[in-house]
Ligand binder design. Sequence first.
Ligand code: PHE
Length: 344
Amino acid sequence: MKEKLELILKNASDDIKNAKSVLELDEIRLKYLSRKGELNSIKKNLKDLTDEEKRTVGAFANNVSNQLELLLSEKSEELYKIELNKKLEEERIDITLPSDFRPQGKIHPLTQTVNEIVEIFQGMGFSVVKPENSPEVETEYYNFDMLNFPKEHPAKDMQDTFYTKTAPNVILRSHTSCSQIRQMLTQNPPVRVISPGRVYRCESVSARKNNLFHQIEGLLVDKDITFADLKGVLNEFIRIYFGSARPTRFRASYFPFTEPSAEVDVQCIICGGKGCRTCSGTGWLEILGSGMVHVNVLKNVGIDPEIYTGFAFGMGVERLTMLKYAINDIRLFFNNDIRFLRQF
Ligand code: PHE
């Protein structure tokens, strides 16, 4: 019996040594060590032996079983490592390969300009008006009447303003200046706001004009506000937006809701003032309208013009973007051609 056990030990040890996989080891364990395995079938015969033999052979059988368990676990660890390494090698990922191209969305150039300008004015203490003070569907009352437009002003003409069929006085606002009125009706001075938004004009579309465009309105009302404050704020804005201290020019102009009024020109950023196509040979680019809030407007909203004065300005977002990036057609902003938009 002892010889049989020794044979089992030898065969099993050889089998274990030669095993090529963890799976094979499982089979070997089954063959020798399971309940129906070779070792057990010998142990079953122990009962035919003398007590003395039982003790020695039994102990030896246990010894064989322990040895085989040890060999199996060692070999299984070894094979497991080999198999793992093989798997890692086979499934190796080349992390230097370029990854899938995932197109990433971008912020529209007009929105970028609005954000940039809003940030500049926030830096000077302005805040953005609440959306409810800046609706796009307006009434003639806020768009014109409260802003001191005379009853028969040509801007009210059907050719300039989009009227609706909803009600005779409901229009698409032709400028953001309506938000000046709404703001002053809801806030007592000091008022220091900007109001970006869409405006609409019934014009034929060209490289320079679109039916829909964007403006940013500014309004500051407080005690002792003078034209010098207007100049200071706008010059500072231009310096930051165009990146350096460019010469500016305040040209007398007319708006019904400001007095005095001024259009502001900046030295042409394309030719540096020499004269080119962009500035029509003048060396100057007109970038915004502005002025001191008209006494009638202050009265309309119930602000005492003897105590308070203020200034307002309005600028075109498309125009400012076109000047900064030398874009020659306003329609590019609205066609959404990805090749154009990708450049910003
Ligand atoms: N609302 C004017 C326009 O659309 C611009 C402007 C705003 C002028 C505020 C003066 C003050 O042309």
